[in-house]
Design a protein around this ligand. Structure first.
Ligand SMILES: O=C(O)c1cc(C(=O)O)oc(=O)c1
Length: 306
């Protein structure tokens, strides 16, 4: 099937640089996607965008180029609840990838079991209105109850302004809850202002809540871009991410977000995105937790000793 990319679509960056920052051994890129290829794994009819293809082979090549050991592949909304591209990538990863799927209420236990065997360890609930149609909360809560039995967790994606309205639902979830991209703070607002404080309170009061400190390229409003060797990219995002890493060192994850759906301004050089990490996790201990210990505990617990 032939797909036409959304007009203005930016393709992922070709030929990323080798990071200067040396990742710790066993580092996990804990948020990335595969797109299609559309010919093999068609994009979902209900999608809100049509991306360029970004195959599993291309993802695994990026992993090796950047120096990651493993990937966590998150179901992208352009594939709806059709997890075939994700599962195929997991099955071809030599055990180096685990996944987060999107499912509907009618998913049966056999399907969940098959996904578990392939390496799926969570489901994603998306509340970003430009990406998905609304799903009733009782339906999501029912799914959460079912996947909890598999030891899976829930990944949530929402905008900071929507947190108050979603608070009761999120805090009622029976699993570990992982927030995508720090709940998308508006980084033009003060770090200690009410909006980001509410997010910190969410994490403080609920020890089952984790956060990905990813996507500075999406959140930045004024920082230099991760292009042309820039070693201090997206400076305006640094204090927000660093605050989360320092306050919750055992509940943070990091990912490239490759192939970066829906960016409008520029495509970052993924090597330079890796060079962003020491700005938000300045010590070797914080880096080890962020990049190895935490993702291993959540996605490969059977390989964690002790
Ligand atoms: O902000 C976005 O546009 C975005 C989209 C998706 C997706 O379409 O799944 O995933 C992300 O992590 C971020």
């Amino acid at each position: 099937m032939q797909f036409q990319k959304t007009p203005g679509w930016l393709d992922w960056y070709q030929g990323p640089s080798k990071p200067r920052f040396k990742l710790p051994v066993g580092a996990v890129d804990a948020h990335c996607h595969v797109f299609g290829p559309g010919e093999e794994f068609p994009y979902a009819p209900e999608r809100k965008y049509t991306p360029c293809d970004a195959s599993k082979q291309q993802l695994f090549a990026l992993r090796d180029q950047l120096g990651f050991a493993r990937n966590v592949i998150v179901q992208a909304t352009c594939h709806g609840a059709d997890n075939r591209a994700l599962v195929d990538a997991l099955l071809h990863s030599d055990g180096k990838a685990r996944g987060v799927a999107t499912v509907r209420r009618d998913v049966c236990d056999e399907e969940l079991q098959a996904m578990h065997a392939a390496g799926v360890r969570g489901v994603r609930f998306n509340f970003v209105k430009r990406l998905v149609d609304f799903t009733p909360k009782d339906e999501l809560m029912e799914i959460a109850g079912r996947i909890a039995k598999f030891g899976w967790h829930v990944v949530i994606y929402f905008e900071a302004v929507d947190l108050p309205e979603l608070w009761d639902f999120f805090t009622g979830l029976p699993t570990t809850v992982v927030v995508d991209h720090m709940g998308r703070p508006d980084v033009s607002k003060p770090l200690d202002g009410p909006e980001f404080e509410l997010f910190l309170k969410f994490m403080r009061q609920h020890p089952n809540v984790w956060s990905k400190v990813s996507c500075p390229e999406r959140l930045s409003l004024s920082g230099p871009k991760a292009l042309d060797g820039e070693q201090a990219a997206y400076r305006d995002v640094v204090p927000f991410a660093r605050r989360v890493v320092e306050e919750f060192p055992d509940r943070v994850l990091w990912g490239t977000d490759w192939p970066h759906p829906n960016l409008k301004d520029h495509m970052p050089d993924d090597g330079l995105l890796v060079d962003f990490i020491p700005h938000i996790a300045p010590t070797a201990e914080l880096q080890q937790k962020l990049l190895v210990d935490n993702p291993m505990r959540l996605y490969w617990p059977e390989q964690v000793k002790g």
